[in-house]
Design a protein around this ligand. Structure first.
Ligand code: HSE
Length: 342
C-alpha cells in the first residue's frame, strides 16, 4: 500500500463517460479549494477510454488517455483507481486487480458492487487498501457515509425511498409537461442521468442494485438484486399518470426494505402517493431516502441522485477521504463499514 509522502495523490480513471467527466470537471473546478482544505494535491494522471474523440465539456491532454488497463491497475505511479466503467464485468475484475496491486479503489458502479459486495470488501481487507463506493447509491447524497459513520450506534429498522434519477425524471416530465415516455427518457439521457442501457433504469434493476447495497450496510445481510421483487415503470401509462394527478397523487418508483421479526422484507414498486406525502414532491433527478434507526428515529436524505457533477461530488469525496487516510498513514481500517455480512 502506497502512502502519501509527498502529498501528491495520483488518480487513474477507468471510463470517461458522464461520471468520469463530472469527477474530472469538479476536481478541475475546485482544485485549489480541495488542495487548501485537504493539504493534498490530487491529480488525474491516466484515463482508460477508447472513445477519445467524443465531445466532452472538459479539456484533457491527449497523453492522459490509454487503452491499456494494466497501465492503471498495476503500475506504481497510481495511488487510487477510480472505476467508472459501469457494468459488472470487466469492472469487477479490474477493481480486484487494482486492489491486489495495492491500490485504493473508488467506484460509482452499483451493478458491480451489488453483484460482488462480499468479494470486493474482502479483497480490500486482504490487500490492506480502502474501497469506497459512496456514488453507487443516491448520486450526490452522502447516504452510505451517514449510515457507516454517524449512524452506526443505531440498529436500523427500515429504509424507503426514491433511488433512481432517470425514472423519477421521466415520471416528473410526463406528469408536469405532458411529455411522452420516449421524450422524457431522451431528455434524461441527454442530461447524463440514464445508464448506458436505460433498461436497467426503467425496469428497476438499478434500484434493486442500490437497495441490495443499502440492505447489506443497514441490516448486515446480503440479498442479491435479482432476489428483490421488482417492478419498474415501463407499465405506467400516460393515463395512469393523469389519473393519479386528477386524484391529487403522483406516481413514484419506491424502494422499500424493513426488518421484521420474521426477517427482512423488501420490494420495489411504482406507487401512487398523495401530494401530502413527502416523497410525492421529490421531482426530476432528485432522490430521497427515508431511514429509520432505533435511536435516531426517522431521517430523510434528499438531493440529486444522478448527473455528472452531483455524482462526481460523491466520487471526489471518496477520493479525498482516501487521500487524507494515506496522508495519515492510516489507510488500512480493519473495521468494515456496516459490519460483517451474514
Ligand atoms: N442511472 C442512474 C439514475 C444514475 O438515474 O439514478 C445514478 O445512479
Amino acid at each position: 500500500m502506497k502512502e502519501a509522502g509527498d502529498k501528491r495523490i495520483c488518480i487513474g480513471i477507468l471510463g470517461f463517460g458522464n461520471i468520469g467527466v463530472g469527477t474530472y470537471q469538479l476536481l478541475e473546478m475546485n482544485h485549489s479549494h480541495i488542495k487548501e482544505t485537504s493539504g493534498l494535491d490530487f491529480e488525474v494522471v491516466r484515463i482508460l477510454e477508447k472513445d477519445v474523440d467524443r465531445p466532452r465539456p472538459v479539456q484533457v491532454a491527449p497523453g492522459l488517455y490509454t487503452q491499456d488497463a494494466d497501465s492503471l491497475l498495476t503500475t506504481p505511479d497510481i495511488d487510487i483507481v477510480v472505476e467508472l466503467l459501469g457494468g459488472i464485468q470487466p469492472a469487477t475484475d479490474f477493481m480486484l486487480k487494482a486492489m491486489a496491486a495495492g491500490k485504493h479503489v473508488v467506484t460509482a458502479n452499483k451493478a458491480a458492487v451489488a453483484a460482488h459486495f462480499p468479494e470486493l470488501r474482502q479483497a480490500a481487507i486482504a490487500n490492506r487498501v480502502l474501497f469506497r463506493y459512496e456514488a453507487s447509491v443516491g448520486g450526490g447524497i452522502p447516504i452510505l457515509n451517514a449510515l457507516t459513520t454517524a449512524l452506526t450506534a443505531n440498529r436500523f429498522i427500515e429504509v424507503k425511498g426514491i433511488l433512481n434519477g432517470t425514472t423519477n425524471y421521466i415520471l416528473t416530465r410526463m406528469a408536469e409537461a405532458g411529455l411522452s415516455y420516449e421524450e422524457s427518457l431522451a431528455e434524461a439521457q441527454a442530461k447524463g442521468f440514464a445508464e448506458a442501457d436505460p433498461t436497467a433504469d426503467v425496469e428497476g434493476i438499478d434500484v434493486a442494485n442500490k437497495l441490495s447495497i443499502l440492505i447489506s450496510l443497514m441490516f448486515g445481510e446480503r440479498v442479491a438484486p435479482e432476489d428483490i421483487p421488482t417492478v419498474g415503470i415501463t407499465g405506467i401509462t400516460p393515463k395512469a399518470i393523469l389519473d393519479a394527478a386528477a386524484d391529487n397523487s403522483r406516481i413514484k418508483l419506491i424502494a422499500h426494505a424493513k426488518k421484521t421479526a420474521a426477517g427482512i422484507e423488501y420490494n420495489i414498486n411504482p406507487m401512487a402517493l398523495p401530494l401530502s406525502h413527502p416523497l410525492a414532491s421529490v421531482s426530476h433527478e432528485f432522490n430521497a431516502i427515508f431511514v429509520t434507526g432505533d435511536g435516531v428515529g426517522d431521517l430523510m436524505f434528499y438531493g440529486k441522485g444522478a448527473g455528472p457533477l452531483p455524482t462526481g461530488s460523491a466520487v471526489m469525496g471518496d477520493i479525498i477521504e482516501i487521500g487524507k487516510a494515506m496522508a495519515k498513514n492510516s489507510a488500512y481500517d480493519p473495521v468494515v463499514p456496516g459490519g460483517p455480512l451474514k
